[in-house]
Design a protein. Structure first.
Length: 245
């Protein structure tokens, strides 16, 4: 059956002489794989293969069958045209981190409407925002992704709850008897990020590049604690080097 859906390209792998298999986070069906024929040849129509870059937002007409793992795309075009994301090295590196994080987090073909809309909106805001205000975006997105997947941090930082227990996902009065927790300084920074409602507010959460690096790895550890099949990402070292923040 044919369906219209939007989707975010996560990964493209060569298949055969002229085809590709594309992993796409779709609005209607969650994570799906599609085979697209004829996009790696010298024919003019093969130029459409350029639209299948990771991070691109597509409008698609797809064939979908519940019992199949590999589907086909009848039609596709850009659903949003980036003005700077693919050409600005900082924005592109952040986008690649977001995409890799999605790949590591989404395992089943389940619909995640809130996460999909949040991710699409985040990529568009990343494209349109000044570079100076996006350094905290990877931290913010990682926290929100965990929340959309059901791992919301409970409570808030205060003088009575100054420690963030990553195993329990909650702010506590005393440091827990394990190493998976944040001290008061990092717990407060985390709470300030959680309370941001839009990307522009992230610039007000000031921190050094060392603190930003420590927090990102702590948030990835939080995901790893609650998702046993969550594996190591390759993009964070590149992200920190490019951001230099």
């Amino acid at each position: 059956m044919l369906h219209k859906t939007r989707g975010i390209v996560l990964r493209t792998v060569k298949y055969g002489d002229t085809s590709v298999i594309v992993g796409i986070f779709t609005e209607l069906f969650g994570l799906q794989s599609y085979i697209v024929n004829g996009v790696r040849s010298s024919k003019p129509k093969a130029a459409k293969g350029n639209l299948l870059q990771p991070g691109n937002i597509l409008e698609m007409v797809v064939y979908h069958h519940e019992v199949k793992n590999l589907h086909r795309i009848a039609e596709f075009k850009l659903g949003y045209i980036y003005t700077s994301l693919h050409y600005n090295v900082v924005k592109n590196t952040i986008a690649l981190y977001l995409i890799e994080l999605l790949q590591k987090s989404l395992k089943q073909p389940e619909q995640h409407l809130d996460l999909y809309y949040f991710t699409e909106n985040t990529l568009q805001l990343l494209d349109g925002s000044p570079t100076a205000v996006i350094a905290n975006l990877p931290l913010f997105y990682t926290l929100k992704l965990a929340e959309f997947l059901g791992f919301r941090l409970n409570g808030h930082f205060s003088e009575y709850t100054p420690y963030l227990d990553l195993q329990e996902g909650t702010f506590t009065y005393l440091p827990p008897h394990h190493t998976d927790h944040l001290d008061p300084e990092y717990s407060e920074l985390t709470d300030r990020l959680i309370q941001c409602s839009e990307v522009q507010q992230l610039a007000a959460v000031s921190m050094t590049k060392e603190k930003r690096r420590k927090l990102l790895y702590a948030y990835l550890d939080f995901l790893r604690l609650h998702m046993p099949d969550f594996t190591e990402l390759h993009s964070p070292p590149i992200l920190h080097e490019i951001l230099d923040a």
